[in-house]
Design a protein around this ligand. Structure first.
Ligand code: PLP
Length: 427
């Protein structure tokens, strides 16, 4: 159930009116529901619990790039989550939020030496390695500081995730991962390197998958590879299936997490009776969007209603720099008036103040609004604030975490002078 519902004709986050949040903290502001984040994580955690014999046989690693606010990471860490990071910066965030390095996995095609050193120093759980040169670099860095790097290879199973091309990552054309046909040879190289400990296998075929069929197909390919590796004496301890299931933006009906995990675990249990090298293989997940996406909205105020020749525009105080997804992926987000009116609706494009034609948040929406009204841009909890920029020297939005009727300010709004505080005049 959505944590954003109307009470007495005012849209609320849990039991707090969004009008109160706007009055206290201003707009644009990201608003997250604590209960929703906890519930969404529990959907994965409970499904894992139902299907594994021992809690250590499954690990959910929240994808930090989907929402990296410290309070969100803290909350998930308290729920028992691990973390999937893609930079040294994200590693430091997780640690600052109280997350444990022993549950961190490090993904990404371009890890620098410094990032590897940082991650090795903190003894993270595993590097998801994406190429042969990366294996060699990681081996060298680990040797320099006298550490062993635990490694999983990100294999590209060549499965079509049937999602937006920008968030489809498992095809041959993708920059991500090692080609399926090259995987065995790459594992052999890794296994022979002195400071690499081969631990697992990993894939991530894409994001916003509404159907689990491509994920299950990818699992089959990984299992096939694990068997082939066993034939060569290379033992795999964990299978990481990558990101989570998609969410409903526009009334889409994604398969539930429970259904998807039931099918996935059934497949794994059926394979070798779920035992591999005498014990269960550890199953790992890297969900982001499905944990935070529908747990957040972007709250914005209508500045002007502008009647154009061909179109009407609702100019709001949030923009593409706050929420990049529409401009970048033509993504659809719901738009809800915080205090609905009963006057006849007019069709508007909801646009921001940024000087780009691509600066729109929603197109052709029937809305009954006036200047000064508040709108909630829905499903903005994932890939919202983390993709925000300071384009047009706009300070990034505030972030609020709502718990019942209490609003916690978990990131204050950036002040204009802070945006150029790192710059200097020449003399
Ligand atoms: C982005 C990403 C994820 C998270 O995907 P969601 O669709 O948000 O669950 C997981 N793994 C990797 C490697 C990613 O790049």
């Amino acid at each position: 159930m959505s944590p954003f519902t109307y009470k007495n004709n005012v849209l609320c986050a849990e039991s707090l009116a969004l009008t109160d949040i706007a009055r206290q903290f201003g707009t644009p502001t990201y608003v997250y529901s604590k209960a929703s984040v906890v519930d969404n994580f529990a959907a994965y955690a409970n499904a894992c619990k139902a299907h594994v014999a021992h809690p250590d046989d499954a690990l959910i690693c929240f994808s930090v790039k989907s929402n990296s606010n410290l309070a969100i990471l803290q909350l998930l860490s308290q729920c028992g989550s691990g973390f999937d990071i893609v930079s040294g910066g994200e590693l430091l965030r997780v640690l600052a939020a109280g997350g444990s390095a022993s549950k961190i996995i490090f993904s990404g095609v371009g890890k620098s030496r410094d990032e590897m050193r940082l991650a090795l120093t903190h003894d993270i759980l595993c590097f998801n390695v994406e190429s042969i040169p990366e294996l060699h670099r990681l081996n060298a860095v680990a040797a320099e500081i006298g550490k062993q790097a635990r490694v999983s290879l990100r294999v590209n199973p060549n499965v079509d995730a049937m999602t937006h091309p920008y968030i489809s990552t498992g095809l041959k054309e993708s920059k991500f991962g090692v080609a399926f046909d090259d995987a065995l040879a790459t594992y052999r190289i890794g296994a022979a390197l002195s400071h690499i400990d081969v631990m697992g296998i990993d894939c991530h075929i894409g994001s916003q998958l509404l159907d689990d069929a491509p994920l299950l197909e990818a699992a089959d390919k990984l299992i096939e590879l694990i068997d082939a590796l066993a034939g060569e004496g290379i033992v795999i301890h964990h299978l990481d299936i990558g990101g989570g299931i998609g969410i409903s933006y526009d009334g889409d009906q994604p398969v539930t997490v429970a259904t998807y995990l039931e099918k996935l675990f059934a497949k794994i249990h059926a394979w070798r009776n779920g035992k591999y090298e005498g014990k269960p293989i550890k199953v790992m997940f890297e969900p982001g969007r499905s944990i935070v996406g529908n747990a957040g909205v972007l709250l914005t105020e209508v500045q002007y209603l502008k009647e154009g020749e061909a179109k009407n525009f609702a100019v709001v105080d949030a923009a593409m720099n706050d929420l990049m997804r529409p401009a970048m992926y033509q993504a659809w987000h719901g738009v809800e008036p915080v205090t609905p009116r009963t006057t006849p609706a007019v069709t508007y494009d909801v646009v921001g103040p940024v000087c780009e034609s691509g600066d729109w948040l929603a197109r052709s929406r029937a809305l009954s609004i006036e200047a000064g009204d508040l709108l909630a841009i829905m499903s903005a909890g994932a890939y919202g604030m983390t993709m925000a920029s300071n384009y047009n020297t706009r300070g990034r939005a505030a972030e609020i975490l709502v718990d019942g009727d209490v609003a916690h300010l978990v990131r204050r709004r950036e002040a204009p002078a802070e945006l150029f505080a790192l710059e200097s005049l020449i003399r």
